[in-house]
Design a protein around this ligand. Structure first.
Ligand SMILES: *Cc1c(COP(=O)(O)O)cnc(C)c1O
Length: 358
């Protein structure tokens, strides 16, 4: 069976050798040696400052909304994973969707200003599939209207934009280290904020507000990464070079196979060092997508409909119609892309798809 992804696993021996440090100290969580080591290594690998490792990639979004004290309306993208929207609603704000760019698939910056009202407090946009949003344009709009910017950068491990880590843009950026993501800690995630005061607030928020055992700096929640999670990250990190090489090979094979076809492929924004995190293809209509999916499933190949449905169609959202996002959502499929996907299987996937396109 070939799935859309397969979690990269280091050997158990390597994992256990790292985990031993936690056994030696007797600490399983509360920011032990492994979490601190992972944060330090990630900062130098990624070229960021002020990372906070967390237990997943959703709590960072909720904590960011809380720490920035967002109220009222948050402008966001309908084309993302559900956590982007649910975090806004969970924190008592109202998501206001702006349609996406038909090729980059990120929020269409030219449509943002039209929906800004006196109740708008922020823009929460996703660098979808690791493809950066129109960062400069969004920053200009945010400055002009006094809005905060949060980037859901869950897909962006290792992405650089204009020679700088993508996590360094916006007031806050978040990442996910879920087992299905490029770099993972089983469950896990991180939060990045350049501003020192904001970083401190975010840090307190992720640990119940604790400032030492008896002093509290405001309200908080528990979003701490545990030591076994950090050990997984430390075991996976040394393989990032190989992981990226192999994924690059798969992406280039798909690209070569599909560039002359009718399939629409992801257009990566200029000045981006991309991370080969996903391989989406866009069909001419949903019927074709369903036909291709059925043929792939027949061959025990299981791609995923990332992202479907368009988030403005969620049952707890006041209905808004977004032509491009709904259209793309109904036609987009992510193909298998992971370390260990053999060339023979890659050829098989390509053959099955091409046969259905004719
Ligand atoms: C995976 C993902 C999340 C959530 O991350 P978890 O680690 O699963 O909580 C949020 N946003 C996007 C765009 C994602 O793909």
């Amino acid at each position: 069976m070939i799935n859309v992804t397969k979690t990269f696993l280091p050997s158990q021996t390597e994992y256990q050798a790292i985990l031993k440090k936690a056994w030696d100290t007797g600490w399983m969580t509360n920011r032990g040696v492994l979490v601190q080591e992972l944060e330090a290594k990630l900062q130098s690998y990624l070229g960021t400052s002020n990372i906070i490792a967390m237990t997943n990639g959703t709590l960072p979004l909720q904590i960011a909304i809380k720490a920035l004290q967002l109220k009222g309306e948050v402008i966001t993208t309908p084309f993302s994973y559900v956590a982007t929207t649910s975090s806004i609603v969970w924190e008592g704000c109202t998501p206001v969707f702006v349609d996406i760019h038909p090729e980059y698939l990120t929020i269409d910056e030219t449509k943002i200003e039209a929906v800004i009202t006196p109740n708008t407090s922020a823009i929460l946009a996703t660098h979808v599939f690791g493809n950066p949003c129109a960062i400069e344009a969004i920053e200009t709009i945010a400055k002009k209207h006094g809005l905060k910017v949060i980037y859901d950068a869950a897909h962006c491990f290792g992405v650089n934009y204009k020679d700088e880590s993508i996590f360094n843009y916006g007031d806050v950026s978040t990442c996910s280290f879920h087992a299905t993501k490029l770099f993972h800690t089983g469950e896990g995630g991180a939060l990045f904020a350049k501003d020192e005061a904001l970083h401190n607030t975010l840090f307190y928020h992720h640990n119940f507000g604790h400032d030492g055992p008896e002093v509290f700096q405001g309200i908080g929640i528990n979003a701490k990464m545990s030591e076994p999670q950090a050990a997984m990250g430390l075991a996976v990190l040394p393989y990032m070079g190989e992981i990226l090489e192999e994924r690059k090979h798969i992406v280039e094979t798909y690209n070569a196979a599909f560039k002359e076809s009718e399939l629409q492929l992801l257009k990566i924004r200029k000045d981006t060092k991309w991370n080969y995190s996903y391989y989406p293809v866009i069909f001419k209509d949903e019927t074709e997508l369903l036909r291709v999916t059925a043929a792939l499933n027949q061959a025990s190949i299981f791609p995923r409909r990332y992202f479907y449905p368009s988030l403005n169609r969620l049952p707890y959202i006041e209905q808004q119609h977004l032509v491009i996002s709904e259209s793309i959502s109904s036609r987009i499929l992510c193909l298998p892309l992971y370390v260990g996907l053999e060339d023979a299987h890659l050829s098989q996937i390509i053959t099955v798809i091409k046969k259905q396109l004719l």
